[in-house]
Design a protein around this ligand. Structure first.
Ligand code: SF4
Length: 447
């Protein structure tokens, strides 16, 4: 493990990100922020699971009020966990919630059309954050880069880093250093390349802002865990990263459990245990053994993920044991296939891009993803997105061939590529319509 990159600490309520502080684990509520009872209950569960910080979606001024109430109720119960507001598209909301939250996340790709147009609003936000000791995250997403970055670099790691640097320059100009940066993508190779590019660009600019790591829209189950783990492990072993979020389309407590186990593995195995000689013999059988399937997933992701992701090797064979019982040949093949797909070495299953859900989610995302997977698991080579809302979903579903996107309560819009084909159809009909759409690649199914 390389020495951790030097960053300055950012204070988030009673915690820190960066500096010499331990790497923290965070998650996001999937509840409707306006449902204060449910949000408080989920925050309590996340706190008990060991989350260091919790983010809540804050899409409008009503949600800002609810955010304030959630914070008050948690503090009244003696729960001091820092709360982060997630803001898209609205500088006005960011200004309002910056006086209440411990940290505000903005997406520079949708805070304004570009950094010139957003400058005044952003400077005002920095001033409010400074007055209220509120930290800020500049959260770049591969799927929403804004016009200047896209024009100059396209939706590339260079474009992602360029966008972050433009907004960081404004922070530097007014000496506001309570800033964390993220560069998320659902594509593990793009994500790793974007963080590396940003580190290079920040060093050139004399910036030492800490980094929040995460693979977005990773999906669920082992596939989702492996996507997050291989990319985060690759960067952490390189000394890059100060806080992590494992994005899963599952109850958010699972993100904390897995994230903490991943960090424990990395800190207790600072030198990856893979034997170097087999790098020159990819056909070597690697023996891995772990007490549980989840710890086996972590060990394989950390030991071999970085080599596969960086192209040092492009294939691997395992002999795997869980609790001293060997995995069957089909279980081993499935496990290996997931690792090779997470590192984008070989695609032997459909690629699922699914958001974790948040207060904007308009249907039962977890159940829907499981159903979509059950009906489409034979469609090797296709990428299928399942996204909770129409606001961010279409932009964030990357290059998916097909998209299932929440369009309103009980309504779904189906996409082929970037084009909406069936608008606001009833949710009960949506999976059948999606299958029809896939089976008729040139036509539009009747709905
Ligand atoms: S795409 Fe999913 S996670 Fe992102 S804002 Fe919409 S519902 Fe929330």
């Amino acid at each position: 493990m390389k020495k951790r990159r030097t960053t300055h600490p950012v204070t988030v309520g009673n915690r820190f990100i960066g500096g010499t502080k331990p790497i923290s684990v965070q998650s996001m509520c999937t509840t409707d922020t306006l449902d204060v009872e449910a949000s408080v209950a989920q925050c309590i569960r996340l706190n008990e699971a060991g989350a260091d910080m919790i983010r809540l979606t804050t899409q409008g001024l009503k949600e800002v009020e609810a955010f304030s109430e959630i914070k008050l109720r948690l503090r009244a119960q003696g729960i001091e966990i820092p709360l982060i507001a997630d803001v898209h598209f609205s500088p006005q909301v960011a200004h309002a919630v910056a006086a209440i939250a411990n940290k505000v996340r903005i997406n520079p790709g949708n805070f304004a059309k570009n950094e010139l147009e957003g400058r005044d609003s952003f400077m005002k936000l920095l001033e409010i954050c400074r007055q209220h000791h509120t930290a800020l995250r500049i959260g770049v997403n591969h799927g929403s880069l804004g016009e200047n970055a896209l024009l100059r670099y396209g939706d590339t790691p260079q474009g992602m880093s360029y966008l972050a640097i433009q907004w960081l320059k404004m922070c530097k100009e007014v000496n506001f250093d309570q800033v964390v940066v993220s560069m998320k993508s659902s594509n593990t190779r793009v994500m790793v390349a974007a963080y590396r590019q940003l580190v290079t660009d920040m060093e050139r600019e004399g910036m030492a802002y800490p980094l929040h790591l995460g693979v977005t829209e990773a999906g669920n189950g082992r596939e989702g865990r492996m996507k997050g783990a291989v990319a985060i492990a690759t960067l952490l072993y390189q000394g890059i990263g100060d806080t992590i979020r494992l994005s899963l389309t599952e109850p958010p407590e699972n993100e904390i459990t897995f994230g903490k186990a991943l960090l424990d593995f990395i800190t207790s195995h600072p030198l990856r245990s893979f034997p170097l000689p087999p790098i020159s013999k990819p056909h070597t059988l690697h023996h891995i053994s772990s007490p549980t399937l989840e710890s086996l997933t972590i060990a394989a992701s950390c030991n071999y993920g970085p080599l596969l992701l960086d192209g040092v090797i492009n294939d691997i064979s395992f002999s795997a044991h869980v609790n001293e019982v060997p995995l069957s040949s089909s279980e081993t093949a499935d496990f290996t296939a997931d690792l090779l797909q997470a590192t984008r070495c070989r695609f032997s299953k459909p690629e699922y891009i699914a958001c974790p859900g948040c207060g904007r989610t308009l249907f039962d995302l977890e159940k829907t993803l499981i159903e979509v997977k059950a009906h489409t698991s034979h469609l090797k080579g296709l990428s299928i997105a399942v996204m909770g809302c129409i606001v961010n979903g279409p932009g964030e579903m990357a290059d998916a061939h097909y998209g299932y996107v929440g369009a309103g309560p009980g309504k779904v819009t189906l996409y082929r590529g970037k084009k909406a084909i069936l608008h606001s159809i009833p949710q009960e009909e949506a999976i059948a319509a999606l299958l029809q759409l896939i089976e008729n690649p040139l036509g539009v199914p009747s709905s």
